[in-house]
Design a protein around this ligand. Structure first.
Ligand SMILES: [Ca+2]
Ligand SMILES: [Ca+2]
Ligand SMILES: [Ca+2]
Length: 285
């Protein structure tokens, strides 16, 4: 597998030179072969086929408030993947936090067609305009699961509530250590599947335009965790971002770029119905 990673990394580095990155270096979305997409049960055995190059780790995140990284205060990794067979995006994350409570979450925002621009928090626009366009061309999600949020949900999509509910957003997760809402040290992990939209319409999915994934496509994403230990009411010292930061909750021009990677060599490209469970199990061992 190591040789395959090297080959892919070189190929994508060349591609990155010609890509117009919004912010930072381009990252990569892992392509799940058909039939090997993750089961959203909070167990990560199905992610064991994903090479390290796809992992974004806390050491590479930045904090717009300037507090230094302390891995005993906050540690994390995230991985983005996609499948051509399901046309879904998959997001896996692990967090270790010295003080966890129910206002802490991932905020992630998606600009699948990579057109950028302001997509919510409009000022001076009519109620009709906001109802139609807020969260339409870029979608902002709150991912609390496996924590039940102070607001009364595990996950949600801002502005277009239907897009944050099954089957358009599905998740599984669990605590590995500690418990939700305790202000005590904890570790948690989750996996989320998104149906991607170029235009999420207020009338629902039938009136919306689903985005179609393709190999080597570049999409815009920002992903952040607010580690609000001292004050659950404010992002006072830590808003850890992979891509994102100031202004990114409303403007996709400051997202980062993810390239939808080709299949990694050595993975199954087609899996017969009824056998893929065993293939998954063999990768998980
Ligand atoms: Ca799983
Ligand atoms: Ca912390
Ligand atoms: Ca915390």
């Amino acid at each position: 597998m190591k040789r395959a990673i090297t080959a892919f990394a070189l190929a994508t580095m060349l591609f990155a030179v010609s890509a117009s990155a919004h912010q930072g270096d381009v990252r990569f979305m892992f392509q799940f072969p058909a039939g090997l997409e993750p089961t959203l049960d909070g167990d990560f055995g199905d992610w064991s086929i994903v090479p390290e190059v796809y992992y974004a780790r806390a050491e590479n995140m930045f904090n717009q408030y300037g507090a230094p990284l302390d891995l005993s205060d906050f540690n994390a990794f995230t991985v983005w993947g996609y499948s051509l067979a399901t046309n879904k995006a998959y997001f896996a994350y692990w967090v270790a936090d010295d003080m966890v409570h129910n206002t802490e979450k991932w905020s992630t925002t998606t600009d699948w067609d990579h057109t950028g621009g302001q997509f919510r928090s409009f000022s001076g626009e009519s109620d009709e305009f906001v109802a139609r366009w807020a969260g339409a061309q870029g979608q902002r999600y709150d991912i609390y699961g496996p924590t039940f949020a102070s607001g009364g949900y595990y996950v949600r999509a801002h502005d277009k509530a239907w897009a944050g509910e099954p089957p358009y957003l599905e998740w599984g997760g669990k605590y590995l250590k500690g418990e939700a809402g305790t202000f005590e040290p904890a570790e948690l992990q989750g996996e989320v599947a998104f149906v991607p939209f170029d235009d999420a319409h207020p009338d629902g999915p039938e009136a919306s335009t689903e985005h179609q994934f393709a190999v080597n496509q570049i999409v815009g994403i920002e992903t952040n965790w607010g580690d609000k230990d001292p004050d659950p009411g404010a992002y006072d010292d830590a808003y850890w971002s992979i891509f994102g930061g100031i202004g990114a909750s409303a403007n996709a021009d400051v997202f980062g770029d993810y390239l939808l990677a080709p299949l990694e060599p050595g993975l199954p490209t087609a899996v017969q119905a009824g056998t893929w469970g065993q293939v998954k199990a063999s990768f998980a061992e």
